[in-house]
Write a protein that binds this ligand. Structure first.
Ligand code: NAP
Length: 480
């Protein structure tokens, strides 16, 4: 696949003329090239987006919505192809890309393509003989920067509301997983999206991401990625008073009370621990279990984890595929070593797996369960973002809550209990933007999505995202 930038409706080579290797993590080998773009490409993309803004922002919302729905249809028509491309680029099983990533990307476009037709604003009547009404106006050129773990899914989660609200976009996918963003640009071309409305610039975060963040004509930035990167973006953007949405890292607790429906909890905990090789920001990496069922849970969970099949992502029966990149593979292994140094016992997993044949250089890791660690240790405080979970026992609800809330993060939490009052108490007290009770990853696109503390600021999802990508303006008219 020869990946190109998509600027002003054209497929373009990077200004530098340089390319980076695009690695297939299941084989540990390059399989293509991606543009090593820089500030010059970003400047061209911003100027194209600026030129396209007046007309796009004045295009009636139903017409903008129609374009987005056409993009959704374009994605759906290429489901198999896109799922295979996502799997090859990212290492995730094709089955996962086909059932979750790609359908969800299409849903994001359809959701915002239709949501914009239902968006409303406010009007306030005053007895003095005046009326106020609030315009929600698109802001201009939106910068959208996304990570590698759910490439097209998260890319579309930003682009769709930004475009629906009437902004034009300069977007950067992760350099590690650029393929489906490039294929999206082909779909945009096919459906006739006007030039300059969406521009996609490929390349490194330090160059392309930084140039988008620094650009004075990009007044609004939606970023998903690591907490440290987010902090850097906030520092760059703050003096320019840019509007920012930051969706950052997590260290999510999965809290299991003794009165839970055990089998449901076990099935879901297996997914919430290891889906996408544990590389979902919402995965529950700290499993807290009420002491009276700790041993029963541990035995069953370890047994079920050992049954999971790690294999090439293109094989139908692989439950886990490859880790996304060599540096990330090494980072996860370093955390497994740290856990041992901190006194943890590996109950299962902990090792890299060598596949055979063409997959022998791929980055495969066993799903790993660790116990015996204190809540305060680094393994239980820092985000690992891989197929690694820890187990800890608790005695009371208060203790579970204190453990759950004891990290710098606050993205998502899961609670397993049949006690309705306790579910509400926990929901209220957990430091998290999202709390799931007796389920995980059940998403209604109308709901707010995001985190507290070091997990970020702002919310995506539903009308929250449309609000984020618009600026409210109150107009007060005196008529008496
Ligand atoms: P990352 O290293 O922070 O990168 C995220 C994006 O930012 C990538 O496109 C990256 O480009 C770019 N970037 C890097 N440096 C930049 C800079 N100085 N200025 C602007 N952009 C820059 O994160 P990642 O490793 O891709 O993703 C994993 C992280 O994302 C985890 O912490 C995970 O929890 C978090 N995440 C959060 C959510 C959420 O909704 N809260 C969802 C998914 C993932 P390159 O990759 O091309 O260098």
């Amino acid at each position: 696949m020869e990946i190109k930038n998509y600027i002003n409706g054209k497929f373009t080579a990077p200004a530098s003329g340089e390319y980076l290797d695009n690695i297939n993590p299941s084989m540990g080998k390059p399989y293509g090239k991606i543009p090593d773009s820089d500030g010059r490409d970003v400047a061209m993309a911003v100027s194209a987006a600026k030129m396209a803004f007046p007309e796009w922002s004045r295009t009636p919302r139903n017409k903008r919505g129609e374009y987005l729905v056409k993009i959704a249809e374009g994605i759906e028509a290429k489901l198999d192809f896109l799922a295979k491309a996502e799997s090859k680029d990212n290492g995730k099983p094709v089955s996962l890309a086909k059932s979750i990533d790609i359908p969800r990307a299409a849903k994001n476009f359809r959701f915002y393509g239709t949501a914009i037709m239902h968006a409303h604003s406010q009007s306030h009547y005053m007895e003095e003989g005046a009326i106020n009404y609030t315009l929600k106006q698109p802001i201009g050129v939106a910068g959208c920067i996304s990570p590698w773990n759910l490439p097209l899914y998260l890319f579309s989660w930003k682009i769709a509301p930004a475009l629906a609200a009437g902004n034009t976009v300069v977007a950067k996918p992760s350099e590690i997983t650029p393929a489906t963003a490039f294929l999206l640009s082909e779909i945009c071309k096919e459906i006739g999206l006007p030039p300059g409305v969406l521009n996609i610039v490929h390349g490194l975060g330090q160059k392309v991401g930084q140039a988008i963040t620094e650009h004075p004509e990009v007044p609004v930035i939606s970023f998903t990625g690591g907490t440290l990167t987010g902090a850097g973006i906030a520092q760059t953007a703050a003096p320019m008073f840019k509007k920012l949405s930051l969706e950052l890292g997590g260290k999510n607790p999965n809290i299991i009370f003794a009165d839970c429906k055990f089998e449901d909890m076990l099935d879901t905990t297996l997914r919430s621990s290891f889906a996408n090789q544990g590389q979902i920001c919402l995965c529950g990496s700290r499993i807290l279990v009420e002491r009276s069922i700790y041993n029963r849970f541990k035995e069953a969970f370890v047994a079920r984890t050992r049954e999971l099949k790690v294999g090439p992502p293109n094989k139908e029966d692989s439950d886990l595929g490859a880790i996304v990149s060599r540096p990330h593979f090494e980072k996860i292994q370093s955390y497994i070593n740290l856990a041992k140094e901190e006194g943890g016992s590996i109950l299962t997993g902990g090792k890299a797996i060598k596949m055979s044949g063409e997959f022998k250089e791929g980055y495969y890791l066993e799903p790993t369960i660790i116990e015996g660690l204190d809540q305060a240790c680094r393994t239980n405080q820092e985000e690992i973002f891989g197929p690694v979970v820890t187990l800890q026992a608790f005695d009371t609800e208060e203790e579970a809550l204190a453990m759950a809330n004891s990290t710098r993060f606050g993205l998502a939490s899961t609670v397993w209990t049949q006690d309705l009052s306790r579910a509400h108490r926990m929901g209220e007290a957990l430091h998290a933007g999202i709390v799931w009770v007796n389920t995980w990853l059940l998403r209604d696109l109308r709901t707010p999505f995001g985190g507290v503390k070091d997990s970020g600021m702002g919310r995506e999802g539903g009308f929250e995202a449309l609000d984020f990508f618009t600026e409210p303006k109150n107009i007060c008219i005196k008529y008496r």
